[in-house]
Design a protein around this ligand. Structure first.
Ligand SMILES: [Zn+2]
Length: 280
């Protein structure tokens, strides 16, 4: 079987009914997902992606869709669109911010009043406060998405804290991150009956201590916010490249995937981007 030269990993946060920072509107998301299906792309599971890095073949047009944090709009807007197209995404949930309570309506249902899904700006203001349930997913919604096959759930830590910034010493940073990862794994085990090797760094930050703590906790497939590289067989699963999805239609994604996966153009493009990022 001919396998993919590399696999692009997309990073989403919000899919909502209105544009805003870190948001893709439901209309553009629908366009992107329809484009994937109509052009023969396959959405991988996280473990298939990990196996690909270890040398297992995957279909040449394979892509990994990832969502960070665990916002309510992932259930309200992204889930029904993924379900409609039979596509699959990976959700990195901040496990300590996921709530309890009944499942809320989603946009794939008829004659329902949809919950209001605030902008990223508003969500950020309350996601660490008791009212967070207004913007974050609930465990029952996560279980429903998992059962539908639209999302699989992995860790984005338990608290989304930048321990490097708030810890007075390296020893305390290490101990706090360790607690954070232990708590996240325990929550996934308790709520979903399983946890995994896949971990996404809050704000893309990690250092040598972070890597050691993650590995001690059984996390060896680690997702960055670095877009300037390709995920290839034999590549480092401890450094997964991802690029941010834009609020644009399929035409944009088609071109971005072509560029990201091109065997010779992508490295040139990434090197140029790295040089220009270094200048800014
Ligand atoms: Zn995050």
């Amino acid at each position: 079987m001919k396998s993919a030269h590399n696999v692009a990993v997309l990073m989403y946060h919000h899919v909502t009914d209105q544009p805003g920072s870190l948001a893709v509107t439901a209309r553009q998301f629908e366009s992107q997902m329809r484009g994937l299906v109509e052009n023969g792309w396959r959405t991988l599971q996280a473990d298939e992606f990990f196996a690909f890095l270890a040398g297992e073949p995957v279909a040449p047009k394979s892509v990994l869709l990832t969502f960070d944090d665990g916002y309510l709009d992932n259930w309200v807007y992204a889930h029904p669109i993924l379900e409609h197209h039979g596509l699959h995404a990976v959700l990195f949930a901040v496990t300590g911010l996921i709530g309890d309570g009944p499942i809320r309506p989603h946009a794939g249902q008829k004659n329902v009043a949809l919950p209001v899904c605030p902008s990223h700006h508003e969500a950020k203001a309350i996601m660490f406060r008791p009212e967070r349930d207004q913007v974050m997913l609930r465990w029952d919604e996560i279980r429903a998405m998992q059962q539908a096959g639209t999302f699989e759930i992995h860790s984005h830590t338990h608290t989304h804290t930048r321990w490097d910034r708030v810890s007075p010493s390296a020893a305390e940073k290490i101990s706090s991150l360790n607690q954070d990862l232990l708590a996240s794994r325990a929550a996934l085990q308790q709520q979903l009956g399983a946890s995994s090797r896949h971990l996404c760094w809050p704000q893309g930050y990690f250092d040598a201590d972070y890597l050691a703590v993650a590995r001690d906790n059984g996390f060896d497939c680690l997702y960055t916010t670095d877009a300037r590289g390709q995920n290839k067989p034999g590549g480092n699963p401890g450094y997964v490249y991802r690029f941010a999805a834009r609020n644009r239609a399929w035409g944009w994604l088609k071109q971005r995937l072509w560029l990201a996966t091109h065997p010779t153009l992508a490295p040139l493009y990434n090197a140029r981007k790295a040089r220009s990022d270094a200048r800014h």
